[in-house]
Design a protein around this ligand. Structure first.
Ligand code: GTP
Ligand code: MG
Length: 379
């Protein structure tokens, strides 16, 4: 069998019933003209970078293959500020980026739909279908914390995981970075924050397991692993000014690794070594690419964390009690801290965190031993 005829390495729709994709809306199919060619798309990215710099937005780029949890993570972040009385901050949709093509208007409409509709649905415990937007877009937000802390402007990327999945039929094996994102990364002069999403599982949680689940999950995870490698490779090649950038490897869907009800606290407060162990064993290639990524001199430029956007099954976010809610809340708070610090540190200095969260516990003896073995033998 030739390479072109080989079975694809991944499936777009994971087993376990993600809802069928809705047909593209009229809006999605209508706007192609201004950004049809790769050159035009790159130009749109360059203009975006210029606008973000002029208006003071800090870009947060989110990478991850199909079903890695990008959209749900964005919803969990944005909905946290809107629904939790303890969030202590206000959030509003930022201004439209004025571009010379229609793409600017289109992107702002998509951003508004996300900021209002998708987030509202998330608050009402409904999840989003797989993202099938025609172009990537940034959601501009203005975060205004109370207590005298400075406001920040942030632009959060929403995109299709399909753009990152490996192209196993091609000789280059990885897809090119989307031109709008490449254009932005080439031109943006300040620091950019990157989230690299590595989900614990690609399958739907909280359902009865079926025959072949394990093999399918591993196959999908292999593709997700390569997708992150492809993103890191593209980043390395495209972006000249890396020294102010920050990278977070996020092990998403952590509830599939440890249930919130687990008495050990490892759902919301695992030791860092456990998170690293999961990332390294499930995503060996992405983990290596991340570890080897040369991210300037700053110790804090690269970090690994776990994340959970909610206890979700299919299109339903499962109800939870107050105790689980308290554990879940730590996730958006920790991630907001990281993003907020990134947005503020562009002005120099080391800003205070947005939220005071307890530090993770010290690693167990077994975890320390495993880390030692990893350092000494590279296992
Ligand atoms: N249990 C659980 N499910 C999650 C979590 N995050 C996402 N999911 C589910 O995983 C599936 C994929 O999540 P999405 O947020 O759509 O993933 P995506 O990266 O946006 O995928 P594309 O839009 O296809 O690129 C959805 O069914 C989500 O409800 C999580 O933290 N826990
Ligand atoms: Mg999505």
């Amino acid at each position: 069998m030739s390479r072109m005829e080989e079975e694809p390495l991944f499936e777009v729709t994971p087993p376990g019933g993600r809802p069928p994709l809705p047909p593209p809306t009229a809006e999605e199919t209508a706007v192609a003209a201004p950004t049809e060619s790769r050159d035009d798309q790159e130009e749109a990215g360059r203009q975006l970078a210029q606008q973000m710099q002029e208006l003071g937005y800090h870009p947060v780029v989110i990478f991850g293959s199909t079903s890695s949890g990008k959209t749900t993570l964005l919803c969990s972040l944005l909905s946290y500020i809107r629904k939790d009385a303890g969030a202590g901050a206000e959030i509003s949709l930022g201004e439209e980026f004025a571009l010379s093509s229609e793409y600017g208007r289109w992107a702002h409409e998509k951003a508004a739909a996300f900021f209002f509709r998708a987030v509202h649905e998330h608050i009402n415990e409904r999840t989003q279908a797989a993202t099938r937007t025609q172009f990537p877009f940034f959601i501009p937000v203005v975060l205004q914390p109370g207590k005298g802390r400075p406001a920040v402007k942030i632009a959060l990327l929403e995109s299709n995981g399909e753009w990152y999945n490996p192209d196993t039929g091609s000789d280059r094996y990885f897809q090119k970075m989307r031109a709008e994102i490449a254009g932005l990364l080439r031109s943006f002069g300040g620091g950019v924050s990157f989230l690299h999403l590595a989900p614990v599982t690609q399958l739907e949680q909280y359902r009865e397991s079926q025959d072949g689940d394990r093999e399918k999950n591993e196959k999908l995870r292999g593709a997700a692993d390569l997708a992150l490698v492809g993103c890191i490779n593209s980043y390395r090649d495209i972006r000249a000014l890396k020294h102010h950038d920050r990278h977070l490897l996020l092990v998403t869907k952590w509830d599939d690794h440890v249930a919130p009800q687990d008495p050990s606290n490892r759902f919301s407060e695992p030791a860092l070594l456990e998170v690293k162990e999961v990332a390294r064993t499930k995503y060996p290639l992405a983990y290596a690419a991340f570890a080897n990524l040369n991210a300037g001199g700053d110790n804090h430029a690269k970090q690994i964390l776990q994340y959970c956007s909610g206890l979700i099954s299919g299109r339903q976010i499962l109800g939870r009690d107050a105790e689980v809610e308290a554990q879940l809340r730590r996730y958006p708070r920790t991630l907001w801290n990281w993003i907020y610090r990134g947005a503020l540190s562009q002005n120099g200095g080391s800003p205070p965190p947005l939220y005071d969260e307890p530090r993770p516990p010290a690693p167990t003896l077994r975890q320390r031993l495993a880390a030692l073995l990893e350092r000494v033998f590279g296992v």
